[in-house]
Design a protein around this ligand. Structure first.
Ligand SMILES: Nc1ncnc2c1ncn2[C@@H]1O[C@H](COP(=O)(O)OP(=O)(O)OP(=O)(O)O)[C@@H](O)[C@H]1O
Length: 816
């Protein structure tokens, strides 16, 4: 017993020694660093290697572990200013290493200020416009900081219950976040204190400061202390005085490493554009993919709906290259999964919206294809920046409609983008219109996506500010709709000349899934008098002339009223006129036997078939059948032997209803002429009937809508109920076991950035007291929180998914 006490006292002594020694080491190093940074003149001093920078050993180790040694231009210029605490406006080409230019100062400045642990509060906030980019920055922060920094860092990007993030957030020293979500916490999380915030970083600053985020960012700034260091980075930097005033920057250093350069894009990037009329853009894209099957490609489209349609339809046509798609409407988990898969794949094509246009560092992308014209030159620069990153080669191609060419090329030249026109090889261009049309016809779901893609594209053009580039009125929309495989151009609500009320009140047509309350198909054909004619899906099928070789024949079938050239008519066996332009028309004369079986003579048969061997043999008059049965094949002959099958050809009788007097009537009976006339003219009656039916349908539609609304409401209610239950369960668990739920759900896990590494100068750490295992500590965790071999191996390898990263990071929490 006494022995054990002694041992524990010894351990305590050693533990105290370890802590003291570590603090002493830190203190000494911090003093040295402070001195070096005071003497530093960022204007004069230039650094080549990371090893020369006045930064802590643990940061240097993190940098070394990631195999970085030479600084890029922006890093060499911005890091010294960052370390000195200056406000920075950093601008450098895409892929030039801006992330490290702010991550290193963040780690170092907080380290020197010892802004560590819960009491220190939040020291740095890094804001990114997208979740993907926030995750990427968090990964870089983790990779550089994990070799010994003790900060708690976290990711706050939404996609999870607010409650799950709240507990963790109050312990963080560094947060990487998106504007909307962090604002929500600033206004709703009670203990979230930002009074100690020293550093604010805006990555892709121009995007964060633009209209889309304006209100959120202004509100965030209101919460933050005025005395702080602010760093803004982007490849297309804002210098607008109003923006800088909004952020209360103090004498910011404008560090631009490409202002003097001849081009705004990397030199290793080859850029071209082709003129592809809007209705041919998908053909061009398909043809392009056929020639680049061994490449890694990102294809940018302007909306998530287009991304889905192109992805789904191309997938069905099997282009011979793996396809992925990414847009903002996907669930966070799927988005992360797709970005990780694309990052790993060597040959793959990713259809994406601008959600990955900025900052995302996919390795080794060969091609960036912009099918839809970017909204401005800056967006163009960011999109093409997904290739040719950090001294690698890359190619970019932009598809421009003839109406976009002049305006867009002018904008790009103005921004110093070296782009050259190339032509499409006619021979290699393949049309996929028919295939798409076929697919849409067979698959209503795809047609629905096509309609959505169409309207979202039209809307995206409509809302563009630059009317010199985007001229909606000049676009061939009908042809564009056809190029998506649609039977007609869906009507888009806002378009000029639309009678909004009539669109809103228009009855829903049939069962087509294409109908929703935002858009209606504008494919109501008009009849001769200009009145809308109801057309079914089958009408459209018949009207499509390029469907197959029988199109002409079908046209005749469905347009019986059309004037027919009399000269082409011949008489059939009943003396009725038939058209004679088909060389395969057979005229027959039927002789009926006394016993009811008639046959055409073999001579006649041969003559009738024009000697072509047509299998006209005999005609059988069936008792009880409306028409005689033509026996022209062996199968038909066999049929005569099966009574059961013959039943199909016999009359099945009529449905009769009886009136009050017990008299039988047919379901639809013809009125006698006088009664009919007494009710008014035929046209008038038809109109009354149609009006009545229309009213009935409209009424039914209102009921349907109400029912659908109720269903949606019930569904929402159920979901809320489920969430409430889950929430209560979690709250109960928390009470019962005292577990931190925030940790369990690991979206925002605070991280000790490197407590896994022991300091060489200090004594061996004392084994910490045994404590209950946390959820993330599985069986491969050895006693006392020391990581097992398996865990250590895991730590040394970069985490592969966000979940890995978070789980791994959470594992470090035990260190403090
Ligand atoms: N000093 C360096 N040495 C070698 N590679 C580096 C260095 N700095 C950054 N990189 C690599 O260069 C790539 C691009 O870096 P980063 O994502 O920071 O670029 P960026 O300037 O932020 O680009 P964007 O403008 O597109 O956001 C990354 O893969 C990164 O690992």
């Amino acid at each position: 017993m006494g022995n054990r006490v002694e041992k524990s006292q010894q351990k305590k002594k050693r533990g105290a020694g370890f802590g003291q020694s570590k603090r002493k080491t830190d203190h000494t190093q911090i003093e040295k660093l402070e001195k070096a940074i005071n003497e530093l003149d960022p204007k004069e001093d230039s650094f080549k290697d990371f090893a020369d920078l006045p930064i802590s050993d643990i940061t240097k180790e993190g940098i070394k572990a990631n195999h970085y040694s030479v600084l890029t231009d922006i890093q060499a210029k911005a890091i010294p200013y960052g370390l000195k605490g200056s406000d920075i406006l950093g601008a450098a080409k895409t892929g030039s290493g801006k992330t490290l230019a702010f991550v290193i100062p963040v780690l170092e400045n907080l380290y020197r200020a010892q802004c560590i642990g819960k009491d220190a509060g939040l020291g740095a906030m890094i804001i990114s416009p997208t979740r993907e980019l926030a995750i990427q920055i968090f990964e870089v922060l983790y990779r550089i900081g994990r070799k010994g920094h003790l900060f708690a860092a976290g990711l706050v990007i939404g996609g999870k219950h607010l409650r799950e993030e709240q507990d963790a957030l109050v312990r963080m020293n560094i947060v990487v976040c998106t504007p909307g979500r962090i604002l929500q916490h600033l206004s709703q999380t009670v203990n979230f204190n930002v009074d100690n915030l020293r550093m604010l970083v805006l990555d892709e600053a121009d995007r964060i400061l633009d209209m889309g985020f304006q209100r959120d960012v202004d509100a965030i700034i209101d919460y933050l202390p005025k005395e702080r260091q602010t760093m803004l980075f982007s490849a297309t930097q804002t210098k607008r005085v109003s923006d800088l005033a909004r952020l209360s920057l103090q004498d910011p250093e404008y560090i631009s490493v490409h202002e003097a350069a001849t081009a705004a894009t990397p030199q290793s990037l080859q850029q071209n554009y082709v003129v592809a009329p809007l209705p041919e853009k998908l053909d061009t894209l398909w043809s392009f993919l056929q020639t680049a099957k061994k490449s890694k490609i990102i294809v940018f489209l302007s909306s998530g709906k287009q991304v889905r349609f192109v992805y789904e339809s191309f997938r069905k046509m099997q282009p011979g290259i793996p396809l992925l798609h990414l847009h903002g409407r996907q669930k966070q988990f799927a988005r992360h999964d797709i970005t990780s898969r694309f990052a790993k794949d060597k040959t793959c094509c990713l259809f994406a919206t601008d959600v990955v246009a900025r900052g995302i560092d996919f390795p080794a992308v060969d091609w960036v294809v912009q099918v839809d014209c970017p909204e401005d030159a800056d967006t163009y620069i960011h999109r093409v920046g997904r290739t040719a990153r950090y001294e690698r080669n890359g190619r970019a191609i932009l598809f421009l409609d003839p109406t976009e060419e002049e305006g867009m090329v002018k904008r790009l030249e103005h921004k110093k983008v070296p782009i050259e026109k190339i032509n499409i090889k006619e021979k290699k261009q393949k049309s996929i219109k028919d295939q798409l049309q076929n697919l849409c016809f067979k698959d209503p779901q795809l047609k629905y996506l096509g309609q959505k893609a169409f309207s979202s594209y039209v809307r995206s053009i409509y809302v563009q500010k630059d009317k010199e580039v985007f001229k909606l009125g000049e676009l061939p929309l009908e042809e564009f709709a056809a190029s998506l495989g649609l039977p007609g151009a869906p009507r888009v609500k806002f378009m000029e000349g639309d009678d909004m009320k009539s669109i809103k009140n228009a009855p829903r047509r049939g069962m087509s899934p294409s109908e929703d309350d935002t858009e209606e198909e504008e494919n109501d054909a008009k009849d001769a008098k200009g009145k809308a004619k109801v057309r079914t899906r089958y009408d459209r099928m018949f009207e499509r002339r390029n469907q197959d070789i029988l199109a002409d024949h079908y046209t005749k079938l469905i347009r019986p009223d059309e004037e027919v050239d009399e000269s082409k008519l011949a008489e059939d066996f009943n003396g009725e006129a038939v058209q004679d332009d088909s060389f395969m028309t057979v005229k027959r004369r039927i002789a009926v036997d006394e016993d009811g079986i008639g046959a055409s003579s073999s001579d006649e048969e041969d003559a009738a078939s024009g000697g072509a061997g047509l299998p006209v043999k005999k005609v059988v008059a069936l008792a009880g059948a409306k028409e005689p049965l033509l026996i022209d094949s062996k199968r038909r002959e066999k049929l005569l032997k099966s009574k059961k099958k013959l039943l199909n050809f016999k009359d099945h009788g009529k449905k009769i209803i009886f009136d009050d007097d017990g008299k039988p009537h047919e379901v639809y009976e013809l009125e006698d002429i006088d009664t009919f006339k007494a009710k008014g003219g035929a046209e008038e009656q038809r109109k009354t009937f149609l009006d009545a039916e229309r009213q009935r349908v409209q009424l039914a539609d209102v009921e349907d809508k109400a029912m659908a609304k109720q269903k949606r409401k019930d569904k929402r209610e159920k979901q809320r109920e489920r969430e409430r239950e889950e929430f209560e369960e979690e709250a109960n668990e928390e009470e019962e076991f005292g577990v931190q739920l925030g940790d369990r759900h690991a979206r925002h896990i605070p991280v000790d950035l490197g407590s896994d590494e022991s300091d060489e100068e200090v004594e061996a750490p004392v084994k910490p007291a045994k404590r209950p295992k946390k959820w993330f500590e599985d069986s491969d965790e050895e006693e006392g929180g020391k990581p097992s071999k398996k865990r250590r191996k895991q730590m040394d390898n970069a985490p592969e998914t966000l979940e890995d990263l978070e789980a791994l990071a959470a594992g470090f929490l035990g260190g403090k």
